[in-house]
Design a protein around this ligand. Structure first.
Ligand code: KG4
Ligand code: ZN
Length: 361
């Protein structure tokens, strides 16, 4: 069965074609980073218009790569939420219209479910269950993933997402949007310990995060130091990255310890961060655990992970697939709503509370 995946939740138009027997056949992507850079952030209206401009040709390119025609598609999976309403509507309307024309089913996918399952696209995928750290521009969550549609929220950010804090801090240091990767690169030449920034909620005793105070501390520090030379900017960047990474690594360690799991999957754009990867690898080694990173192309938003999530639903939760082509998008949508079964009784009481909390960052 060939599943078409469509991702348009934010500033990437992504198409994926996943075969339930053969795996990923093709995927194509257009990033709108250049379009939004001039504004220092994503402009929703421009994002929607650009998705409209790109989506059909990206589908044709993916079909060509996979040597398939439209009639070979057996099911359409599209990102239904969370994300920008107008942007989501482009993928949902395109996907449902195509499915209707082909007489094939269409299914709305939760964007974070795509990220959670994206490590299954790797040549050596992790077995279930695993702990997943979702770190992107819009989300920072720790989840326990027991299987397809079996997700337990362990902790999440109370304010800014990690990627958002990277991007805002990068902007304060004069780096172009989205500054996460550039900030990380600048930090490489900075000195550890020279600019020490706070590590919010490091000792909070739970698995939640908070990054807005860290960004504010960086703002205060940069204001004191004006004008800053390049060496100082690098030290400040280093201070920020060290603080953010320390917190992320400590919470992942706690999540592994509390769940007694030994597999950690890292998904989302910040998962590309070199310092974070080094910190997580070291922490995992100390615990005899293993960290799985999806390929860089599947860390950030893409259509392949949506096609994969659709295929997994087809295989494991077929009752969720319908031929109802009336669609709606869900800009705010808790991942807990797509959970199939309640938390296993063996989980510690404190963690099971998290299941009811739900929500996305
Ligand atoms: O998952 P993603 O592509 O999009 C969503 O937000 O859903 O993540 C993008 C985020 C941005 O905030 C970007 O600055 C950050 O990931 N990012 C990085 C790195 N590469 C991308 N942050 C830190 N270090 C990086 N190397
Ligand atoms: Zn994402």
């Amino acid at each position: 069965m060939v599943v078409l995946g469509i991702e348009t939740s934010c500033d990437e138009t992504g198409i994926g074609l996943y075969d339930t027997g053969k795996g990923l056949l093709a995927h194509t992507l257009h990033s709108q980073i250049a379009l939004h850079a001039a504004y220092g952030g994503v402009v929703p209206e421009l994002a929607s218009r650009d998705h409209i401009r790109r989506i059909a040709s990206l589908l044709e390119m993916a079909l060509e790569q996979a040597n398939l025609s439209r009639t070979d598609i057996d099911m359409v999976a599209y990102t239904q939420g969370p994300g920008l309403a107008g942007a989501l509507l482009v993928g949902a309307s395109f996907g449902c219209s195509l499915a209707l024309a082909l007489g094939k089913p269409a299914v709305g996918i939760h964007h974070l479910e795509g990220h959670l399952l994206s490590p299954l696209l790797s040549p050596v995928p992790p077995d279930f269950p695993f702990v997943a750290l979702l770190v992107s521009g819009g989300h920072t969550q720790l989840m326990q993933v027991d299987g397809v549609a079996q997700y337990i929220l362990l902790g999440e950010t109370l304010d800014d997402a990690a990627g958002e804090a990277f991007d805002k801090s990068a902007k304060l240091l004069g780096l172009p949007y989205p500054g996460g990767a550039a900030l990380s690169e600048l930090a490489e030449s900075g000195r550890t310990g020279v600019c020490r920034l706070p590590r919010p909620l490091l000792h909070s005793g739970d698995l939640n995060f908070s990054f807005s105070g860290l960004k504010t501390a960086l703002l205060t520090m940069t204001r004191k130091d004006l004008p800053m030379d390049d060496a100082r900017r690098a030290d400040v960047a280093r201070g920020f990255v060290d603080a953010a990474v320390d917190v992320l690594v400590a919470k992942c360690a706690r999540a592994l310890d509390e769940t007694a799991l030994r597999r950690l999957v890292v998904a989302g754009g910040v998962g590309a961060n070199r310092q974070l990867r080094a910190g997580l690898d070291k922490m995992a080694e100390e615990r005899d655990a293993r960290v799985y990173y999806p390929d860089l192309a599947f860390c950030t938003d893409n259509g392949a992970m949506i096609a994969l999530a659709g295929a997994m639903r087809l295989l494991h939760v077929p009752e969720s697939i319908t031929r109802d082509y009336r669609f709606t998008v869900r800009p705010r949508w808790s991942l807990q709503e797509v959970v199939r079964s309640p938390a296993p009784a063996s989980l510690p009481q404190t963690r099971r509370k998290g299941v009811r909390r739900g929500g996305q960052s």
